[in-house]
Design a protein around this ligand. Structure first.
Ligand code: ADP
Ligand code: MG
Length: 271
């Protein structure tokens, strides 16, 4: 167990209790066998109902993601990718199935515990995942640090540094409505990454960015990933799948393909 992330995952899960009574050497090997994926989803279903209309957005999704993986999710528009991220991360409820993140059943937690788990372990790069309008860019970005008990002074410095990394060093005091759509997305990205969460969820993070900014955002995600943080990213840009360890293709609310990007079906290119 040389990877500190692995230890963190094990500590967050129950096997440590089972290992507690074992001699040290046995406990270590027991834990090594028991290390869980950072994300484990089983038979997840989600149906949206509005009036007479029912949309089966997820139809039994199984997915395991290991610590430190970079997973790209692709699929045609309207086939459930955003729903999948919302459901896996616990932002949205599921109808059936089970999702565990760092060993915790996210949908079975109380609201408070779920929120705490999210604040401690997750970062979100979602379009329209609201920035707080009355706060400046730097105040928005420092929130995840303040929630995690980082001192205000350190939080301010880190938030400003992160804004600088996404090219917004000159915009720290602007409020969201004083920023363009692309700039707001970059604030969201800075906010998602600043607390170095174990898992980063990104839904088409480069969708409304110019190609240069998009490239720097992808670089940032790649760098974050090389530090051991796990990334699950929806994109429709087929030419960037090589940066991922795994490609998951969603079609009609189901996993159609899950494997190395190079082995994906050719028709993916048409997605
Ligand atoms: P994608 O991200 O792949 O484009 P979504 O997950 O956003 O797809 O949507 C999957 C399906 O669920 C679509 O048919 C969409 O219209 C429907 N849907 C998404 N969100 C809602 C909602 N809040 N209420 C009702 N239907 C929804
Ligand atoms: Mg979507």
């Amino acid at each position: 167990m040389t990877n500190p992330e692995t230890v963190r995952v094990a500590v967050g899960a129950s096997p440590i209790d089972d290992a507690a009574g074992l001699p040290y050497v046995d406990a270590v090997s027991y834990l090594e066998e028991q290390v869980m994926p950072i994300l484990s989803a089983r038979s997840v279903t989600k149906t949206y109902r509005s009036g007479m209309l029912e949309v089966q957005a997820l139809r039994g999704v199984d997915l395991d993601v290991e610590v430190g993986e970079f997973v790209i999710v692709m699929g045609p528009s309207g086939n459930g990718k955003t729903t999948l991220l919302n459901c896996l991360s616990g932002l949205d409820e599921i109808d059936e199935g089970k999702v565990e993140i760092e060993g915790l059943p996210i949908h079975e937690l109380t609201d408070r515990k779920r929120t705490a788990h999210r604040a401690r372990s997750m970062g979100f790069v979602f379009q329209g995942y609201n920035l707080i309008p009355v706060l400046s860019a730097v105040e928005n970005v420092e929130l995840p640090l303040l929630v995690n008990d980082v001192s205000p002074r350190t939080a301010r410095v880190k938030a400003a540094e992160m804004l600088d990394r996404v090219g917004l060093g000159e915009r720290v005091d602007h409020r969201p409505n004083e920023l363009s759509g692309g700039e707001q997305t970059r604030v969201t990205i800075a906010r998602a990454l600043v607390a170095e969460p174990a898992i980063v969820w990104a839904d088409e993070p480069t969708g409304n960015l110019d190609s240069e900014t998009a490239a720097s955002v992808l670089d940032l995600l790649r760098e974050v990933n090389t530090r051991g943080q796990t990334i699950v990213m929806v994109t429709h840009e087929g030419d960037i799948t090589d940066m991922a360890d795994r490609l998951v293709l969603i079609r009609d609310g189901q996993v159609e393909f899950d494997g190395e990007p190079a082995r994906a079906p050719r028709r993916l290119e048409a997605v």
